[in-house]
Structure formats: C-alpha cells, structure tokens
Design a binder for this molecule. Structure first.
Ligand SMILES: C[S@@+](CC[C@H](N)C(=O)[O-])C[C@H]1O[C@@H](n2cnc3c(N)ncnc32)[C@H](O)[C@@H]1O
Length: 181
C-alpha cells in the first residue's frame, strides 16, 4: 500500500515538474537553456558596451544576460520569460547578485511586448516562432537593431552573417544567425 502511495506521489511530482518546465500547452518553445559551454562564444557577438539595451526574448533562467552583465555591467539587460519555473530561477539568480537595477526580467508572453528600444536582441527559439515575429520586428525595431539567433532562422529574411560555433560538440546549438533590421 505504501509503495502505491509513494508511486502516485512520485508521478504527481513528475507531472508538476514537467508542467512547470515545459508548460506544453502554453509555451511556444520549451525551456532548453543555451549550453554553458557555449555562452562565452555566443557573447563574443554581443555589443557589450555601456548604454546598450540588450534583450533575451525567451530568456529562460537568464544565464545569457547574467553572463553578459559580468562582462559589461553598464548596459541594460532585459529578459522576457513567460513560464513560471525559469522566470523564478532567473529572479533567484538576480537576487543572489543583489538585483542590479539594469537587469530586468519581465514575465510576459514575448509577442505582447514592444521592442523598439532594443539595440540588440538574442533569441534561442524556433524557426516557426521567428517567422511569427518577423512582421512585428520589421514594423517595430529601430533601424540598426541587430538580432542574433541561436540555431534557428527566419524563412523570409536573409542572415547578414552565419557564425559556425567552434565548441559545439555535444550541444544542440550549431550556428548563430545574425540579422540587421
Ligand atoms: C530554448 S529556451 C532558451 C532560453 C534562453 N534564451 C537561453 O538561451 O538559455 C526558450 C525559452 O522561451 C520561453 N518561452 C516560450 N514561449 C514563450 C512566450 N510565448 N513568451 C515568453 N517566453 C517564452 C521558454 O519558457 C524558454 O525558457
């Protein structure tokens, strides 16, 4: 009897975990954070300069933004995340470094935010999600905004640069696609 109760509890907890991490019916992309071994290479393509406004749309646990902040603490970093689990992880990580005022994590559906103040946008989403964004970006982004996409690309916009990541062995991310708006 005890074994049965434990199994039921185990299954229930697994379900809750699965729901919190992936929220399958509400999410456009699951929470699959960029591999830590690639972050340094990815950040080489960020304009890490004072005053720049840098977004990670679908920021997960904000690991990219926090790593960027460690290099340049005087830019503004904005993460957008809809799912509670990665959002709370990101907030916890921010709290651990004293909640710097220039890092903001917004819990919102990424399609419901305006990105006109962005100098630079990083995304690790899906081809189909990028395509859903294209019209919005073309109307909204300032001329000169750069978007860097891990692994995925727009079907109707040509990348200005395709970067072949050197340390991709054992990771899902293979290329970065850079777009100028
Ligand atoms: C592949 S993960 C990338 C996480 C992070 N950018 C990184 O590179 O480590 C995609 C993230 O987008 C979030 N996401 C999916 N649909 C979303 C939506 N409609 N609005 C905001 N965030 C969303 C997921 O919860 C997940 O954390």
């Amino acid at each position: 009897m005890e074994a049965l109760i434990l199994t039921i509890w185990g299954l229930f907890l697994l379900f809750i975990l699965y729901f919190l991490v992936f929220q399958p019916s509400f999410s456009d992309v699951p929470f699959l954070p960029s591999s830590n071994s690639l972050i340094k290479d990815i950040l080489q393509y960020f304009p890490l300069q004072e005053g720049k406004v840098i977004y990670d749309i679908g920021c997960g646990d904000a690991r990219i933004l926090l790593a960027a902040y460690k290099i340049q603490s005087k830019a503004t970093y904005i993460g957008v995340e809809k799912n509670w689990f990665p959002f709370l992880l990101a907030k916890f990580k921010l709290w651990r470094i004293g909640n710097p005022p220039n890092i903001k994590i917004i819990r919102k559906n990424m399609f419901d935010l305006n990105y006109q103040d962005a100098d630079f946008i990083y995304v690790y989403l899906l081809d189909s999600v990028l395509d859903k964004f294209l019209d919005k970006f073309q109307k909204e982004l300032r001329s000169g905004t750069v978007l860097l996409s891990s692994s995925f690309r727009f079907s109707q916009k040509t990348a200005t640069r395709v970067i072949d990541l050197p340390n991709k062995f054992g990771t899902i991310i293979r290329n970065l696609y850079e777009y100028h708006f």
